[in-house]
Design a binder for this molecule. Structure first.
Ligand code: NAP
Length: 252
């Protein structure tokens, strides 16, 4: 039985980093299955990783057929999936009533529905001591005017994954939710098409390499949540202490 890791959103940013760093730290794997729409970017990973076979699975996760395809590959190959990283996602900033409906749908489907469906499809193939890494965001910590639907999708990911973690403890499968603040990736090309990014976000922008390094350390330790950087840790604590009614006024 092949030992594999599966990484969605592998074509850029954090997902790409997860693939590169997992290849270094998980030398026992036979293959890393990489999922995203841009096939050329996925193929490129095969050139960068030499110790493990990179298997590109180009799919649009907003489409239901894509999950059917993942299920059928899994059923055919019956691999042991030691690591699943759900990293595909997109954001959209701006006032809700002015946002593009098509993009909003896409965001809900990829950030919530696809993440849930991929997790469910892969779970039967995960052995004891395997890891699920769910990429949420620090936006999950509180409601965010100007980023309302995105922040809500990430709250979904965080809460769903914390509960799933508890359910899976008996099977000794460990779930870590990664909640980064702003990270320097292509994310902002989609998220801020029509809106200027707030200055503080530009100032605290982290490098994807560092966020993923910290995330994989936390995954190894079996932590529930991974937050990179002292500032984002402080934001998390503040969001726990302050009432949401005050937070939304401070953000807006
Ligand atoms: N950058 C940040 O500041 C930040 C902060 C907190 C959390 N996050 C989260 O981190 C995750 C990765 O984002 P990133 O920052 O690395 O941004 P990114 O560079 O834009 O990467 C997003 C990834 O998601 C994939 N994706 C988007 N739509 C997809 C679809 N319909 N089907 C399959 N794959 C799709 C993209 O691949 P294709 O375009 O090739 O399909 C790409 O690989 C996201 O969940 C994001 O919400 C980002």
């Amino acid at each position: 039985m092949k030992k594999v890791a599966i990484v969605t959103g592998a074509s850029s940013g954090l997902g790409r980093q997860f693939v590169l760093q997992i290849a270094k730290s998980h030398g026992f794997l036979d293959e890393i299955w990489v999922v995203a729409r841009r096939a050329d970017r996925l193929l490129e990973l095969g050139v960068l990783v030499s110790n493990i076979v990179i298997r590109p699975i180009p799919l649009d996760l907003s489409k239901k057929d894509s999950i059917v395809r993942i299920r059928s590959i899994l059923a055919k190959e019956k691999p042991k999936v030691y690591v699943l990283v759900n990293c595909s996602g997109l954001g959209l900033a701006g006032l809700f009533d002015r946002q593009d409906e098509e993009l909003l749908d896409q965001m809900l489907k990829v950030n919530c529905l696809a993440l849930t469906r991929v997790t469910r499809a892969v779970l039967p193939y995960m052995p004891k001591k395997s890891r699920i890494v769910q990429v949420a965001s620090s936006a999950a910590f509180a409601p965010q005017p100007g980023f309302a639907v995105y922040a809500a999708t990430k709250s979904y990911v965080l809460n769903y994954s914390l509960a799933l973690r508890q359910e899976l403890k008996k099977r000794r499968i460990y779930v870590t939710t990664v909640c980064p603040g702003p990270v320097n990736t292509e994310f902002f090309d989609t998220a801020y098409q029509k809106k200027e990014m707030k200055l503080y976000k530009k100032l605290v922008m982290a490098k994807p390499e560092r966020v993923v390094k910290k995330a994989l350390k936390d995954v190894k330790k079996g932590r529930a949540v991974s937050v990179y950087g002292i500032l984002m840790k402080a934001v998390r604590v503040l969001c726990k202490l302050l009432p949401s009614s005050l937070i939304v006024r401070l953000i807006h």
